[in-house]
Design a protein around this ligand. Structure first.
Ligand SMILES: [Zn+2]
Length: 86
């Protein structure tokens, strides 16, 4: 594992390998899970299990340096699907 590939979870601030994190990108004011890992745009990283915490703490607002909370519906649906499939 390369030292340059360490990312920080925006919810718990823990440093982590990207393989253990979900990448999300901001697209037209919406937070979209980057499932393939190659989406264009400003990205942020978080643990899957930190998803709801990130939404609750409005972590995406500061992560993307926004003045308002972005739309997190797509991320919520993604998390719902993930956690009901376990
Ligand atoms: Zn986390």
């Amino acid at each position: 594992m390369s030292i340059t590939s360490i990312r920080t979870c925006i919810a718990c601030r823990k440093s982590e390998s990207p393989t253990n994190l979900l990448r999300v990108v901001l697209v037209d004011g919406s937070v979209i899970p980057d499932i393939k890992g190659n989406a264009q745009g400003r990205g942020a990283w978080l643990h899957l299990q930190c998803g709801y915490v990130a939404i609750e703490r409005k972590a995406f607002k500061w992560a993307f340096k926004l003045t308002e909370m972005p739309d997190v519906l797509a991320l919520k649906l993604f998390l719902q699907e993930k956690f009901t499939n376990i």
